[in-house]
Write a protein that binds this ligand. Sequence first.
Ligand code: ZN
Length: 459
Amino acid sequence: MAHPLLDQVDWPAEEAAALELLQALVRFETVNPPGQEADCIAWLADRLRADGVEPTVLSSGPGRANLVARLPATGATSGHPAGPLLLNGHVDVVGVEAERWRHPPFAAEVHDGWLWGRGTVDMKHMVAMSVAVIGLLARLGVPLRRDLVLAAVADEENGCAFGSAWLVDNHPDLVRAEHALGEVGGFTVWLGGRPVYPVQVAEKGICWLKATARGSTGHGSVPRRDNAVARLARFVDRLGRRRLPLRPSPEATRFVTALAEAQPRPARDLLPLLLDRRFSALVTGWLVRDEAAARNLDAVLRDTATPTVLRAGGKVNVIPSRAEAEIDGRIAVGSSQEALLAELRRLAGPFIDLEVLGSFPPTPAPPDTGVFATLADVVADHHPGAVAVPSITPGFTDAKFWSRLGTACYGFAPVRLDPGGPAYADLFHATDERVPVAGFGAGLRMLADAVARLCVEPG
Ligand SMILES: [Zn+2]
């Protein structure tokens, strides 16, 4: 049963207003780099003031800005007073190849029941929903048993230095929370014909590397066995073909077990073999029909190292003394930078040096707070037959920084999807990024219900 507060709301009007809000956000071209989020944030601040919420705007650099708003706890609390709940989203987006889009990426047009545009999925929709929910609670004047905080931030798509990382370093008291809802999760994944809602509880770490192969220089007309370009190419080829070892952490086990329980037989019995070194590759290669889902599962269960940049030579007849590759390494939950580097050194052999360019450890799941159970109830009540699963994200989100303040972070930016459409996970950073209008409205209700259950006294 949804929180009774939801009965007081004119949902068609709220959904239409939230959609307009999202359209306005998409029309700010906050492509990062350079981001230039300040105008978008200033507009959001005005929007919140119209609902009677006074936000704080914090500039982190020229053209860069973040917004924090707070609805303070008011009512007498029954039971334990909880720390703040933080709703968070980033307003920067990745770039576009505009000529490849079916509809212009910054016009926020609605076609065929979908709102098209960069940021509709990653993740201005969550910013719009969060502003709508805070505005709604402010207008209704509902007493809260804990502070509700909103953070709309810059710079997530380029490492967070002007966004969540900057807020956590410079204004920790403004954003410190007990729990947070943000990326990645809360959307429908149709798996084996069943609706599943991943809710991120943990995320992988990063270890970006440079590999340098060395060899002797010489004239291109006389081949040499110690050619740096060929040495690097052999290493890159090994990286492309080898899977690094499986890391069945408690988080991974919980994720796979929950996924399996949501499936009919035989998938229910076979999916747990993902956690078995002997069968894991077989399961992702054969049982999981959806290729995007299979790749994603494979990536969250192990360390990965993806070659992304190559540099060598400058002239066709000169053998260069060095060749370089950049490698996007990702650290599995339960693994470490040292473990990843040890595997890569083994593959690299004696003629290749590895240098760490930058790294962040994985974000492990918080201890069980009951919030996941609440979100799972919301999913089940709003989408009959659907199940929430505690997932791991292969990528990187603002949760990396919020969690440094002790915040338990959950990926819950809800959108309901019908079967047969594009896989939602494939829309992130994609050409033709779009969100279904009806599914966004359903998501708004789910987020409002989750916030009501977590912050408002029942009845
Ligand atoms: Zn994002």
